[in-house]
Design a protein. Structure first.
Length: 235
């Protein structure tokens, strides 16, 4: 009796997952029609057929490691499976990571930052947060040996009056709910991108008020890499 009930629950969960996969597929269908996005998806899914100790997941801010500073990415983080895709929102990231066989990748460490494109399209903070929660939950389940470093969404806009930044701030205020200090670590690089007033974004590091430039990426690496890569771990 118990086994039958368990089997029914499993079948139900599989059916739900299949239905959701169809929804996510429909949601990102328009992106598959963008040549560079489809090509990058194919490239990264091919790379994900083999083991990588280190994985980055995110949007254009993460994607830019490949574009602006591949040498710095290599210097600070070694071999990285960079799953940053310009323009992606939480549901698109979730769709992408559900297509990967994480047993093959078997990462030791994952760095995740996502959500600013949700804010850019006026998605409610509650919805963005739940999307991040779903991503974290999936990674925890599929990558049991990995430590997930969850970054607060980087600041955007000139100052705290920017509407999209306010949406991101509301999401960031809840991200601690996803961190347990063991498998999921919450970290914040944002203060390093501000002017001395702690509110105005430094254009020398974030010229377009959204994407860190090469020097901004170097600062990100210098702040995060020692802990993330285990350099400061006890021998």
């Amino acid at each position: 009796m118990g086994n039958n009930l368990q089997m029914k629950r499993m079948v139900f969960l599989l059916a739900v997952c299949a239905a959701l996969a169809g929804v996510w597929g429909a949601e990102v269908g328009h992106r598959l029609g963008v040549p560079w996005w489809k090509a990058r998806l194919e490239e990264k899914e091919t790379q994900a057929q083999t083991h990588h100790d280190t994985v980055f997941i995110g949007d254009s801010i993460t994607h830019n490691w490949d574009n602006l500073a591949p040498d710095l990415q290599k210097q600070y983080f070694g071999d990285v499976l960079n799953l940053g895709f310009s323009g992606d929102r939480t549901h698109e990231v979730l769709w992408r990571i559900r297509r990967i066989d994480w047993a093959k990748v078997a990462p030791k460490r994952i760095m995740l930052m996502i959500g600013t494109n949700n804010a850019g399209t006026n998605v409610a903070p509650e919805e963005t947060f739940e999307g991040i929660r779903a991503i974290v939950d999936h990674l925890k389940a599929e990558c049991p040996d990995a430590t997930i470093t969850l970054l607060k969404i980087f600041p955007r806009g000139n100052d705290e009056k920017d509407g999209a930044r306010r949406l991101n701030d509301a999401v960031n205020a809840r991200l601690h709910e996803l961190a347990d200090g063991k498998r999921v670590l919450l970290r914040d690089v944002s203060p390093f991108y501000f002017m001395p007033d702690g509110k105005t974004l430094n254009r020398a590091l974030v010229p377009d008020l959204l994407h860190p430039n090469r020097e901004g990426l170097r600062i990100w690496a210098a702040v995060v890499a020692p802990e993330f890569m285990g350099w400061n771990a006890a021998p």
